[in-house]
Design a protein around this ligand. Structure first.
Ligand code: FRU
Length: 484
């Protein structure tokens, strides 16, 4: 007889077999963003460079394009550009994870890869239990489950998940996304000396405490790390109200910075800043690589945000990751830049134009396509506005007067034009990655980022530049390779 684990694996691989050519045939399938071979992908998990190789695990529902009892799917890469789909890492085969091997992280210890994740358990009435579990791997591919290692402490509901583990001053620390009994979002801290026995060390942030105050009912996917001398806590709060240009999506993803005291287990920190100002970004996770870079992947979607309306569902797949981004802290600001390795995607020489526009809308020779990188530098918008329209569907618009950068798209739900905005006092550069149905915009060297899925008509490869007054910039454009 097959074990539960064998059954779950077998039927996942059968789903790939069955639908591979349909997924392949989708004009909106991505060329260079990580996407699932079939089914639904959500959070990045267990991101690590282990024995030289990058491993990115992910929340995976291979059996349908919806959420459910998640597996850990697995991609590996030598260069962050070309990825191999590896064997399934974890299936929800045991009692302590039967409703999903939920999100978590990976560390290296004694030459082995330790993966910490949440075992999600629900009974027939929908009552939830949450176990923080460990699985150990010698080769980064095959895992030996050790079962639950941290239990739900008093004072929290069972919305307690997404362990992120790191080592500091000779001890192990774990942050967990949590909801307190009075239904406030929080980050819980655990410590351990041996990775097997974990002790609750209190609340690190949230729970209605200052400086965040009232700040939603649940925090997901926390990640605490040093970035160029400051301790950054990334998390994804749920339950924030929209406020001006901020918090426009159903749920948010952002960070606070401050000082973590590993001896006291306390964290002094400041206000919350969103990481991405577009439509589709959530549950990011970082890893420190062997080059010393703090790398981040985000999930290019938001839970409960029109997920079932994506046209890719007809082709049996849903959602993808962002590009890998390098985080740095410069001049009091967090920067996100696509990793330099992505230059390997460029096909041939750049098409280059010194562009001047005045009250006009036009295309440029050789500047179009479905999978391209655009680099606009030395941007000079003295007055009025300029815009870049992609495939007649998405538009990046900068208004000098309002000092606002806007990302517009035609809604994939009802076709209306919707927008996200962020204040940008002066626009100097724009790096835009277009990948059939995804767009990532890095403004001012990554000081400001906007990410979205969009669905231009399949034949429309146009890229158009417009302005309301005299504008100039230097443009470079590359076609990018298909690696997925
Ligand atoms: C975030 C999240 C996590 C959870 C996982 C389940 O998107 O809800 O909190 O572990 O997804 O797939």
């Amino acid at each position: 007889m097959m074990s539960k684990d064998q059954e779950l694996r077998k039927s996942a691989y059968e789903e790939i077999e069955k639908h591979q050519s349909l997924v392949e045939s989708d004009p909106y399938r991505l060329h260079y963003h990580i996407m699932p071979p079939v089914g639904l992908l959500n959070d990045p998990n267990g991101f690590i460079q282990f024995q030289g190789t990058y491993h990115l695990f992910y929340q995976w529902m291979p059996y349908k394009t919806d959420h459910g009892a998640k597996l850990w799917g697995h991609y590996s890469s030598e260069d962050l550009v070309h990825w191999t789909h590896e064997e399934i890492a974890l299936t929800p085969s045991e009692w302590f994870e039967k409703n999903g091997c939920y999100s978590g992280s990976a560390i290296e210890h004694d030459g082995k890869l330790y993966a910490f994740y949440t075992g999600n358990v629900k009974d027939e009435k929908g009552n939830r239990e949450s176990y923080q579990c460990l699985a150990v791997s010698e080769d980064g591919i095959h895992f030996d489950k050790k079962g639950p290692v941290a239990h739900l402490p008093d004072g929290y509901t069972a919305h307690f998940r997404d362990p992120k583990v790191w080592k500091q001053d000779g001890r192990w620390f774990m942050v967990i996304g949590a909801q307190t009994e009075d239904e406030k979002g929080a980050v819980a801290l655990f410590t351990s000396d041996n990775l097997m026995d974990w002790t609750h060390a209190g609340i690190l942030a949230g729970a209605g405490q200052e400086p965040l105050g009232e700040f939603g009912y649940m925090f997901e996917c926390p990640d605490l790390f040093d970035l160029d001398g400051r301790d950054v806590l990334v998390f994804s709060p749920q339950g924030l109200e929209a406020e001006g240009m901020s918090y426009q999506n159903v749920y948010q993803a952002g960070y606070v910075t401050g000082t973590f005291d590993p001896r006291q287990g306390t964290y002094e920190h400041g206000a919350f800043t969103e990481l991405d100002h577009g439509f589709d970004f959530y549950a990011p996770q970082t890893a420190l690589d062997e080059k010393g870079r703090r790398l981040m992947f985000g999930w290019m979607s938001v839970p409960d945000q029109n997920e079932q309306d994506h046209p890719t569902i007809a082709y049996k797949w849903l959602h993808n990751m962002t590009l890998p981004r390098v985080l740095t802290w410069q001049d009091g600001q967090l920067y996100q830049q696509p990793v330099q390795e992505l230059e390997a995607l460029r096909q041939g020489e750049a098409v280059e134009h010194q562009v001047t526009l005045s009250k006009e809308s036009r295309s440029l020779d050789g500047v179009d396509g479905k999978a391209v990188e655009l680099m606009l530098s030395d941007i000079d918008v003295a007055e009025g506005w300029m815009s870049v329209a992609i495939g007649g569907n998405a538009r990046i618009l900068y208004s000098r007067g309002q000092q606002v950068l806007t990302l517009e798209r035609q809604s994939y739900v009802d076709g209306t034009v919707e927008k996200r905005q962020v204040e940008v006092p002066q626009l100097d550069s724009l790096r835009i990655y277009v990948d059939t149905s995804s767009i990532e915009v890095f403004a001012n060297d990554g000081a400001c980022v906007m990410t979205a899925r969009f669905y231009p008509s399949v034949q429309d490869t146009s890229i158009r530049f417009s302005s309301s007054a005299a504008v100039s910039f230097y443009l470079r454009k590359w076609n990018l390779a298909k690696v997925f």
